[in-house]
Design a protein around this ligand. Structure first.
Ligand code: ADP
Ligand code: MG
Length: 446
């Protein structure tokens, strides 16, 4: 069964089950392999896989049997979402990386396609892409570093996937530094150092994730250093990640540090608002495969991108929870539901921007006195900045409207609503206001 035959088969399925059902359920499936009469598909989520298997398996199977009579069974494995007990994660069935059992399992979601690029990560992305081409080694090692949850593991595994697809003859080994140490200790214990050395010295591409882990572990570092040098001498590509720059990793020997620094060192910067929004938008598309009927209000993603600025993992988790919760209670996703469902996450990642801070920044920005902003004057010179400040308070703090009103000289909450709406309108029409808001928000979020 080739992809082309599968394409033809899909067309027949579409006429049989209708365009909409096809789009929702069949299109997301990826034909993975046909082996021993079993056709394996990758489904983006467990839910989708189960649904198709319960509702469309017969019809798909009979289509298959028309062209290949020896097909007996269909199998749906999850390619995205959490690996589950029922379906096998894709990575397990891909042998080359892990055939000798030394590598870590790859997460099938961690591909370049699923990686959203923005200013904070564009350099790291470009470098990763370059290495993934598998061409002549131009910088060695590639050293990726950055804070927790910013996509280091994702990028490294994306390189592994891409190399595996594009250069299947290359022996690519991805593993965490912790695993490296574990293998090393085991080899010492079992007196199999020769095997250990020959495995690590025969790879074409070595990727070691979270290398800060081996800091302070002297003999592991020593072995790592030798492995590293042996591979560099053979002009083999090495890719390393860590949570900080090589020079900043404590208890790492200087010779290791300087080795790590001699290639290309790129960092993943903390996410900015645009990147977070982009990531959320792309994750919503994935969620919709599981929950095709769930609606989500405008503004919810923007709100989350503003409020959850810690790391992408938390952002992702929040969205998954939101969709699951909304589907359980049978409601579409609006602001109220979001606040209810995510109150703990929102509280935890509250950057604690205060109303006072906003008032101060805004009055500075417009060059007016704080007392005039809060006071009763209704001149445009004061009223507009006041509205801007109210708007920002609404966006960036968890204060209620009445509370915000009170902090602005005891104004009524309807005045706050009016102010916020006015700024929302102006933001669309007036480039200057939009720019002011953006600048102020950045300054406040720093
Ligand atoms: P790190 O290894 O830097 O701690 P990970 O690579 O494990 O972070 O990323 C944490 C989670 O966030 C993963 O689920 C990953 O897919 C996701 N993620 C991080 N950055 C991005 C991005 N730019 N686009 C899409 N998903 C991302
Ligand atoms: Mg990681």
């Amino acid at each position: 069964m080739t992809q082309e035959q599968w394409g033809q088969l899909k067309e027949r399925l579409q006429t049989k089950i209708g365009k909409n059902a096809f789009k929702t359920w069949i299109e997301p499936l990826v034909l993975h392999k046909l082996e021993d009469g079993v056709v394996t598909f990758h489904a983006p989520t467990q839910f989708l896989g189960n649904y198709v298997s319960q509702n469309y398996a017969d019809i798909i199977l009979s289509e298959f049997q028309n062209s290949s009579p020896d097909v007996r069974r269909l199998n749906f494995a999850v390619s995205a979402g959490r690996p589950s007990a029922v379906a096998q994660p894709v990575a397990e069935s891909k042998a080359p990386l892990n055939e000798s059992g030394q590598g870590s399992k790859l997460d099938s979601r961690f591909t370049f396609d699923n990686f959203v690029v923005g200013k904070p990560n564009e350099l790291a992305f470009a470098a990763a892409k370059r290495v993934a081409e598998g061409g002549p080694v131009t910088f060695n090692p590639l050293f990726l570093y950055g804070g927790v949850g910013l996509g280091k593991t994702h990028l490294m595994q994306a390189i592994a996937w891409e190399l595996q697809a594009g250069k299947p003859h290359l022996n690519v080994l991805y593993l965490s530094a912790e695993q490296f140490m574990y293998r090393f200790v085991q080899a010492l214990r079992d007196r199999k150092m020769m095997d250990f050395k020959s495995i690590f010295r025969s790879v074409d591409v070595l990727m070691v994730d979270d290398v800060q882990f081996i800091a302070g572990k002297d003999s592991t570092q020593e072995e790592f250093f030798h492995t590293f040098n042996a591979l560099v001498d053979q002009n083999k590509q090495i890719i390393i990640s860590a949570d900080r720059a090589p020079g900043e990793i404590k208890d790492l020997e200087d010779r290791v540090k300087s080795r790590l620094q001699c290639g290309l060192v790129v960092d993943l910067h903390p996410t900015d608002y645009e990147l977070r929004l982009g990531i959320l938008q792309s994750k919503v598309i994935q969620q919709k495969a599981t929950y095709p009927d769930l609606g989500i209000d405008d503004g919810v993603l923007e709100f989350l991108a503003h409020r959850i600025s810690t790391n992408v993992r938390v952002l992702e988790g929040a969205l998954t929870r939101l969709f699951a919760f909304a589907s359980l209670v049978g409601r579409h996703i609006d602001m109220d539901l979001t606040q209810d469902c995510l109150s703990d996450v929102l509280r935890a990642s509250d950057r604690k921007i205060t109303v006072e801070e906003i008032q101060r920044k805004v009055s500075d920005h417009y060059n007016i006195r704080l007392s005039d902003m809060i006071g009763p004057k209704r001149l445009r010179t004061y009223a507009r900045p006041r509205q801007v400040a109210m708007y920002l308070c609404k966006q960036l703090t968890s204060r209620s409207l009445p509370e915000i009103g009170r902090r602005f000289g005891g104004r009524d909450h309807t005045t706050v609503i009016h102010g916020v709406r006015r700024i929302e309108e102006l933001k669309q029409q007036d480039g200057q206001i939009a720019e002011d808001l953006e600048m102020l928000r950045r300054a406040l979020e720093e």
